[in-house]
Ligand binder design. Structure first.
Ligand code: HEM
Length: 408
């Protein structure tokens, strides 16, 4: 049992500091030492337990941050186009809208559709590994995040949505600004970069919808525009809002999964060597990266009624912070949780959520990382860090800003 190292209020504050975001794991242990559920004053509950997070994600009385929830959490949000658009997508809505959106978009993410994408994913990753080799010729340091980890999911989303290759790299700034709007906000002005990015993306996707309506292709945008025009089900604005969600959700977190997975391979050469030799180890390796150093660390919910949650009385309006990255290291769930062990069995990481909002792109996220990481390790067996990585100033979607490598 860990002994309390700091009071829980201070641990939560420290978590939001740059140092806390760089290394949140000791702070999760400090919070866990108070138990899996930590009421922080009236109206706020922090959850660090695995079973408790898993249950919370499936509890209908705990709502995702929709417009009505945001009215009580972040008054003034309606003046900010980032959140105005976000609350029109499936992630930030509750029923009946959530089911309606999810049903509409699910056709793009059936296991069959994802399996059919695999040859394209392999081709795109092959091209990006070649490109990395050219950039790193003669031992030149290369930023793995910009030159590979971002480009892989961006190329895949480009293929899926029909975004031309030459336009893809330009989206990285927009995507970063929008995910920053999901972080805990002290001042609404912090939303301004996300607002501007969202407005530009909305113009882009409105235009893309118009183009594909006029001239359909075999991409998902064309297919869903056709579905909207024949069967309806959602409005054009909701269509655009959810395409923007797909672009952002489909790139930023997979980028971090690939970045974190590579860093862990460098730190654990024996696991990297095994992965290089045997492709069948890739699913276990990727699952353990998701558990051990997750791209998504925290999720928010709000209680919609008074009820008892594992013995803690919650009142309507209670803000519930699910520290899923802490749940992923809960010793009641995992033996030796602080050890990176790709050979674990029964690894039910919380990183892709659960319940109604379970990640729609989970299969695609896993598949691309399972292809990308062995491909890089095989092509560059001498890959090493060129200098220390830097972190983005984010906790909800935590990951590297830069990861300089030498390809050997
Ligand atoms: C490592 C990669 C990924 C991680 C860690 C991740 C994580 C998550 C999490 C935690 C949620 C639910 C949040 C909540 O319950 O409040 C979610 C939902 C979602 N994700 Fe992912 N995701 C990843 C990749 C992807 C990809 C590749 C796509 C699309 C191509 C995608 C699309 C979505 C969508 C559309 C939702 C909303 C589902 C809903 O609300 O019903 N994600 N993801």
């Amino acid at each position: 049992m860990t002994t309390p190292v700091m009071d829980p209020g201070r641990a939560m504050m420290t978590l939001l500091s740059p140092a806390g975001k760089r290394d949140p794991y000791p702070l999760y242990e400090a919070l866990r030492s108070y138990g899996p559920l930590l009421p922080l004053g009236p109206g706020q509950l922090v959850v660090t337990g695995h079973a408790e997070c898993a249950r919370a994600l499936r509890e209908p009385a705990l709502l995702s941050t929709d417009g009505a929830v945001q009215d009580s959490m972040m008054p003034g949000w309606r003046d900010h186009s980032s959140w105005v658009w976000l609350t029109k997508n499936m992630l930030f809505s509750n029923n009946p809208d959530h089911d309606r959106y999810r049903r509409f978009f699910s056709v793009g993410f059936t296991p069959r559709r994802i399996a059919a994408l695999q040859p394209a994913v392999e081709r795109l990753i092959g091209g990006l590994v070649d490109r990395l080799g050219t950039l790193g010729e003669g031992g030149a340091p290369v930023d793995f995040m910009a030159e590979f980890a971002f480009r892989v999911p961006m190329a895949i989303m480009g293929e899926l949505l029909g975004i031309p290759e030459e336009e893809q790299a330009g989206f990285r700034g927009h995507i970063g600004a929008i995910t920053t709007a999901l972080e805990p906000i002290q001042d609404l002005a912090q939303l301004l970069p996300g607002d501007a990015a969202m407005e530009e993306l909305a113009v882009y996707f409105r235009d893309l919808v118009a183009k594909r309506r006029a001239e359909p292709g075999d991409d998902l945008v064309s297919e869903l525009v056709r579905q909207l025009d024949t069967t309806g089900g959602i409005s054009e604005e909701e269509l655009v809002a959810n395409f923007m969600l797909l672009l952002v959700a489909g790139t930023e977190a997979p980028m971090d999964l690939i970045g974190n997975g590579l860093r862990l391979a460098v730190e654990h050469p024996q696991h990297a060597a095994a992965l290089r030799e045997d492709d069948s180890l890739a699913p276990g390796y990727v699952e353990e990266v998701l558990r051990f150093d997750p791209a998504a660390q925290a999720l928010n919910r709000m209680a919609v009624k008074d009820f008892d949650f594992f013995g803690v009385p919650l009142t309507a309006g209670t803000k519930v912070t699910l520290l899923i990255a802490a749940g992923n290291r809960d010793p009641r769930q995992y033996a030796d949780p602080g050890t990176f062990n790709p050979y674990r069995t029964g690894n039910h990481a919380l990183t892709l959520s659960g319940g109604a909002h379970y990640c729609l792109g989970a299969g695609l996220a896993r598949m691309q990382a399972e292809v990308a990481l062995p491909a890089v390790l095989r092509r560059f067996p001498g890959l090493a860090l060129a200098s220390e990585p830097t972190f983005r100033d984010q906790l909800v979607q935590r990951g590297f800003a830069t990861l300089p490598v030498k390809l050997g």
